[in-house]
Ligand binder design. Sequence first.
Ligand code: SF4
Length: 492
Amino acid sequence: MPATDPQFPPAHPFDDDKLHEECGVFGVIGVADAANFVALGMHALQHRGQEAGGIVTHDPETGFNSARRFGYVRDTFTKADVMATLPGSIGIGHVRYSTAGSKGNTAIRDVQPFFGEFAMGGCAVAHNGNITNATALRRELIERGSIFQSSSDSECIIHLMARSIQKNIPERMKDALRRVEGAFSVVAMTRTKLIGVRDALGVRPLVLGKLGDGGWCLSSETCGLDIIGAEFIREIEPGEMVVIGAKGVESFHPFEGRPSRFCIFEHVYFSRPDSILGGRSVYETRRAIGVELAREAPVEADLVCPVPDSGTPAAIGYAAESGIPYGMGIIRNQYMGRTFIEPTEQIRNMGVRLKLNVNRALVRGKRVILVDDSVVRGTTSRKIKDMILDAGAAEVHFRIASPPTAWPCFYGVDTPERSKLLAATMSEEEMRQWIGIDSLKFISLDGLYRAVGESGGRDARAPRYCDACFSGEYPVAPSDMIEKGFQMKAAE
Ligand code: SF4
């Protein structure tokens, strides 16, 4: 069933005004009923992709088994008839938003994990990130005879593995991934091994956990470990491959060593606040962003309100630092999801009101500071401002927990093209006027780096994170996009 079917509308009709993480990956080995653990891990990672999910398991009697479904994990991988088709003690799973170029047109064949049968056995692969040279790779592979089953760039990994002359699957995967540019956190499996790999810059997260006596798991975030009671062991290092099997966890470093450039937006928005990134609680980092924001952009006001839910920790930090009372001026309807009735045009036009409502009694007559995680197109900010003013607020000030998003992401996050990003076309003052608010301030890039633990701010010569969507400085040149005419920022 295509994702464009009315049963599968976007999770929220105005959600194109947020950046979206495109995938989450999870894998487990050494447990009875691996599929149930994988489904729970995927459920914990659902915020990273809601469009579809897939699970592959292996059982000695039945071989490799797979199931792919559209919709939430809780609605699909909880059904006994589905789970009964996935026996085995090893399995991997993937939750998907949608990858570049296929948004809104996803077919079930594009849902990962992908599977390849090689002379030495089968291998399933799930990928979080984006391959920035996928168009060129795909063209080359098709010219050399590869027959693609999907429109997903991630399938290139399977075809590159098929062309390798190495004798075992981990070595073939190393060969394949050395040809791939961009960002990738990969979870893969053979009949007997669970494999995890991060790209040389470690742009996307991947962590290792231990489960009971003999079980191991890999997850995009630590929240995927918590849900199954696994112990967090460590992050997979940038450029590292782990192969988990009968010999335990073996570690390899198949890529040229380079300084890490983890995605700084994972701290701001994508990861769950209860996850740990780089040894830091995501919640605490977001709270620290609010503290920095209050120092950088104070304003006289009566109330600090988060734009729920992602603005909440930063709003708490802003309120604590400024001494201005914190309050829930906007209430989120928790149950607004894909199960909503088929949306008519009239319902779609209600937009943000379907998800958020103003707490009138709290905001009436007050000077309100609204703290949000980001401004992408700005359309939602305008609607929220209207709602707050309609409810009788005296003033509306926006404080944004990330710098202006002025550049698209090519590393696995769904971003509008540059011309659609408000900050790419307007100055801060122009954005303030366009949104129609009393003041608008974004945290500086240095302030954001301080909040994630870099006390000296951003080192312009050697930044520790990927911050390309703010700075325009891409740690890996997006070669496919450059070929299509994308203009990189001129060197200063
Ligand atoms: S461009 Fe932005 S969203 Fe994309 S990886 Fe870099 S920091 Fe993260």
